[in-house]
Design a protein around this ligand. Structure first.
Ligand code: ATP
Ligand code: MG
Length: 571
């Protein structure tokens, strides 16, 4: 186990759902002798994304709730697109999310021998045949939703001929695509998946685990249920697009007379402004539209981890969304809400100025430094306090000053008094401008009686702003992110368009010369903070000693909380 693992606690009382109800029922009737055994079956052809987290949380969550087990199984039946890099990142990610498959790591390729024997068995019982139609002809013969298919002229080959041809397919005698092994089911079946589906194809390709041992590979449908059966899976939970494949799943295990797991389908996770398809994400990486699979703008779990999302936040999100039988699209804000909620609990508060404006406190003694006590986390008393140095020259946010303040602007402006967090009241007395008229520096006076942030005479200020002492500040690069796509449903493109047309040109903004309080000098990649008044930030792996880099995980404003409040009838 890697050290950054946070063990998932037993699933909290999540709202019940239809899959749990099915399991409860099976436990009652003894359908699987009281066992609950699930699996998470990724194809190692890319990095996992937030949609996969839903499946992982469901599979591991349901099994652990009922004292069952969950296998990790790589569905590696497609040698051309699969790589060891993906296998490793997937394992790392599942662990990071807090789940443990113990000693139950499997690969569909472990079962190639057994699957081959089962294919032979179906040939022997007259339920499979070698077909010489080309892929294009197979498609033509298949028919449509309204028209039945046509039987292949090779359908009635003798068992002996089929056995011999299949053996020769395996031996590598035929070129790619020249023959297939097909199940003999029903070319007039309403469900197109039952119209003599292909079980094996010829593919002379190097497999990431079996090398060149095989030149025929089983199709997903012929592999998946049999793998479930071998592993004694009880509830084979998958997404809705497999609903139409269930009759075939059932047909194979029945025809083989082997243990029969139950396939159950649920809705895929979709999020606004987000694309959840490994194929499309791979395209973004290959075309260098992002910095890699773990670019913090990516919806991959490695991307959002680097961005600063926590496994707890993701699990809470997945538990809260439930499962259903219809696909929909969820607000990205809901995920962000869970991220804020979790980081609010655990992130240390610090002061950081992203767009610095120099402030000179004219009446503060030259050379004096005072240590101001600051609270590390108001949500967690055990996080304690720290000392933040205060001196004559500070930085504040450019946004916190207006020379000509609009109405309702309560922050700093000429003649106005504000509170500097944990420090003093200051009043703006003047501005310095450059030749173009831009404010380059402001001057203030402070009231020594207001140390700690309160006036003994009881006078109030309308605003508290944050600051960093110029002499003590650490320079940093800060990366601000917006959504990677600018449209809520980026998969939707007009004819002739491409999803990449929907990329948001402003998804990354890099700020340099940001000023941070000195407590951040020893920050390490993965550390999480709330930059007061700005948002949650996470130290990036690109940081070098003395040159920290931060990612904005999520701004503070929680539009979802507002929506929720409105929906509950509040204001
Ligand atoms: P993609 O379309 O992104 O490539 P996939 O379904 O091909 O995804 P797999 O590696 O085959 O990816 O998926 C492993 C498991 O995760 C499957 O059981 C699949 O149903 C589930 N899964 C994939 N995407 C989602 C999603 N968006 N929401 C919920 N579950 C998902
Ligand atoms: Mg897939």
């Amino acid at each position: 186990m890697s050290e950054n693992t946070s063990e998932a606690p037993p699933a909290p009382a999540a709202p019940s759902n239809f899959i749990r109800d099915i399991i409860l029922d099976d436990l009652k009737t003894g359908k699987f002798q009281g066992r609950v055994h699930t699996r998470f079956p990724p194809e190692p052809n890319g990095y996992l994304h937030i949609g996969h987290a839903k499946s992982i949380c469901l599979n591991f969550g349901l099994a652990s709730e009922f004292g069952g087990k969950t296998n990790l199984r790589f569905d590696d039946t497609n040698p051309e697109k699969e790589e060891t890099e993906y296998v490793e990142s997937i394992m790392d990610t599942v662990r990071w999310l807090g789940f443990d498959w113990e000693n139950r790591l499997f690969y569909a390729s472990d079962y190639f021998g057994q699957l081959y024997d089962w294919a032979v068995q179906l040939i022997q019982t007259g339920k499979a045949y070698v077909c010489d139609l080309t892929a294009e002809q197979v498609r033509q013969y298949r028919g449509t939703l309204t028209e039945p298919g046509k039987e292949s002229p090779y359908r009635d080959r003798s068992v002996g001929e089929n056995l011999e041809l299949f053996e020769r397919m395996r031996a590598g005698e035929f070129p790619d695509g020249s023959r297939t092994l097909r199940a003999k089911i029903d070319m007039a079946a309403k469900n197109l998946n039952l119209r003599d589906p292909v079980m094996y194809r010829i593919l002379h390709a190097e497999h990431h685990r079996t090398g060149d041992k095989w030149c025929i590979y089983p199709m997903y449908d012929f592999a998946h249920g049999q793998c479930d059966s071998i592993e004694g899976i009880t509830h084979s939970i998958c997404t809705l697009e497999f609903e139409d494949h269930r009759p075939l799943y059932d047909w194979y295990v029945e025809a083989l007379g082997i243990y029969h797991p139950q396939q159950i389908e649920f809705d895929r996770l979709n999020l606004t402004y987000t694309l959840l398809s490994k194929r499309k994400l791979l395209q973004l990486v290959q075309e260098k539209r992002v910095r890699g699979w773990d670019d913090p703008r990516m919806p991959t779990l490695s991307g959002i981890r680097r961005r600063g999302y926590t496994p707890e936040a993701i699990r809470n999100f997945c538990n809260s969304i439930g499962v259903s039988k219809t696909n929909g699209i969820l607000e990205l804000g809901l995920l962000e809400h869970h991220v804020r909620e979790d980081l609010n609990r655990r992130a240390l508060r610090v002061m950081a100025v992203l767009h610095p404006l120099k402030v000179v406190i004219d009446n503060y003694p030259e050379g004096q430094v005072e240590e101001m006590e600051a609270i590390n986390n108001p949500e967690d008393a055990s996080a304690g306090t720290r000392q933040v140095p205060f001196s004559k020259v500070l930085y504040i946010e450019q946004d916190d000053f207006r020379e000509d303040p609009p109405k309702q602007y309560y922050r700093l402006s000429p003649g106005k008094e504000v509170r500097l967090r944990y420090a003093y009241f200051v009043t703006c007395t003047g501005v310095v401008k450059d030749a173009q008229g831009n404010v380059t520096e402001i001057h203030c006076t402070y009231d020594p009686a207001t140390k700690g942030g309160n006036a003994p005479d009881g006078r109030k200020v309308k605003s508290t702003i944050h600051w960093v002492s110029a002499r003590h500040a650490i320079d940093a690069e800060v990366r601000l992110y917006e959504t990677l796509f600018s449209t809520p449903d980026p998969g939707k493109v007009p004819e002739g368009g491409d999803v990449l047309d929907n990329l948001n040109p402003n998804s990354l903004e890099i700020l340099t010369g940001c000023k941070l309080e000195p407590s951040l000098a020893s920050t390490r990649p993965g550390d999480k903070y709330q930059f007061e008044r700005l948002g949650y930030f996470c130290t990036d792996a690109d940081s070098a000693p003395g040159q920290p880099v931060f990612n904005r995980t999520v701004p503070l404003r929680d539009s979802w909380a507002k929506i929720e409040k409105r929906e509950k009838g509040g204001k």
